[in-house]
Write a protein that binds this ligand. Structure first.
Ligand code: GLY
Length: 421
């Protein structure tokens, strides 16, 4: 098979890395990719929103299957476009991707079909939302309806914070149309877990779980980021919990989407919180998580292209998907200043010094303009450094040993990934 992966982050490097290990795969292409994907695949200099160019490339390079990493092209209908062009593609259609691209759609679906989630109300008018907030207990969760690069969720502990969030989403329109509708949700407390299941629209695979770290600094301080690290599996994850989430959340959601003429095929990512009333959905995403993918795919024992093909052909019930019993830890190394302003173009040293089993998934990297200048930083989240072992603590210390061998100006990372879990 020839496979095309769309995206340019560490998640897409991990996907390309896993796919390229399959004996079924001849060539992997990544569009646009990064310096890491260039080492294991062929990068194509095409942007993720240029559907026509991507579909043309699928013809030119005789691609058998395309896999999409990020949510934006999915929410803009890349799967529909490829299907019209007769190209095989893994991922949900634009209509099914609304499970992530419209929080209002997702919450209404959960309410209609009895899928456990927090209570909520939807507003299009700032004045009505403000009056509602004044009558609610705190904290409250204020969420923009549309995609907002992970920044559209505010937990408001005071009335002032709630009103500030409403003002910024609905009046200042910091997220443009994504904040046209706003959800005000009940705050739920408990352990959070990211769960992933492959689905062909009817069946759902066994689930794998990971935890991620969203804040920039140790002990969950600082601003929200696109993810500073992750580990899999969580210590509380077991077959009983997995079966409960699969039967009460994942399968009913897949069925609900099919009933709404939005059959969902791809990987379904549930952001789940374990409350004292049982697991509830915080949100759904229509793709693999980042940085969870970087710790989940090294644990996948089964052949990945066979899974993707079974999803597309709607015969997921015919295959077994097995995961290793090991533990995996990933530490994200960022540019200084991330997630706010940061500089790029710094040379990265030490990439070859990691131990044999360590894996480095590149995110914001590129090959320097001059061939002898090596690899340089090209984004905020530069690398995910991953180790796996029989024991989480060993995986953690191996990952940190490897992180310490990597050097570039301003390299920053959290010190508490997978600590005391
Ligand atoms: N880990 C959060 C996300 O992928 O959205």
């Amino acid at each position: 098979m020839n496979i095309l992966v769309v995206g340019n982050g560490s998640r897409e490097h991990a996907i390309a890395w896993k796919l390229s290990q399959s004996s079924l795969v001849e060539n992997v292409y990544v569009a646009p990719g990064n310096a890491g994907t260039a080492q294991i695949a062929t990068n194509l200099s095409l942007e993720q929103n240029n559907f026509e160019a991507l579909a043309d490339a699928a013809v030119k390079y005789e691609i058998d299957l395309t896999m999409i990493g990020p949510e934006t092209p999915l929410s803009q209908g890349i799967v529909d476009h490829f299907q019209i062009m007769g190209q095989r593609i893994f991922g949900p259609t634009q209509s099914a991707a609304r499970i992530e691209s419209s929080k209002v759609f997702a919450k209404n679906l959960m309410r209609k079909y009895g899928i456990p989630t927090g209570d909520f109300a939807v507003f299009q008018s700032f004045d009505t939302a403000r009056d509602y907030v004044k009558k609610q207990n705190l904290p409250l969760v204020i969420k923009a309806d549309g995609l907002a690069a992970g920044k559209g969720v505010i937990i408001a502990y005071t009335q002032e914070e709630a009103l500030e969030a409403l003002e910024s989403f609905m009046v200042e329109k910091v997220f443009g149309d994504a904040g046209r509708s706003v959800l005000i949700e009940e705050f739920l407390s408990g352990r959070e877990v990211s769960v992933f299941g492959f689905t062909d629209g009817v069946h759902c695979s066994n689930l794998i779980a990971a935890c991620d770290y969203k804040r920039a600094y140790d002990y969950d301080l600082g601003p929200n980021t696109g993810g500073m690290g992750s580990y899999s599996p969580p210590s509380f994850w077991n077959e009983e919990l997995s079966n409960e989430i699969r039967s009460k959340i994942m399968l009913p959601t897949i069925k609900a989407l099919a009933s709404e003429k939005s059959k969902y095929k791809g990987i379904l990512y549930g952001g789940v919180i374990l409350t004292s009333d049982g697991p509830k959905v915080l949100e759904f995403n229509c793709r693999f998580g980042d940085p969870e993918t970087q710790v989940v795919l090294p644990l996948l024992v089964s052949d990945m292209p066979s899974i993707l093909t079974a999803v597309i052909e709607e015969r997921l019930d015919e295959i077994d998907i097995s995961w290793s019993n090991e533990s995996c830890v990933g530490i994200v190394v960022t540019s200084a200043g991330y997630p706010a302003n940061f500089d790029i173009g710094y040379k990265i040293d030490g990439l070859d010094n990691v131990d044999e089993e360590g894996i480095i998934f590149h995110g914001g990297t590129k090959n320097a303009d001059l061939p002898n200048d090596g690899i340089v930083t090209n984004g905020g989240r530069v690398l995910t450094v991953v180790s796996k072992a029989d024991d989480m603590n060993i995986a953690r210390s191996k990952a940190y040993q490897n992180v310490e061998t990597i050097r570039f100006e301003g390299a920053s990372y959290r010190n508490d990934i997978a600590l005391n879990i």
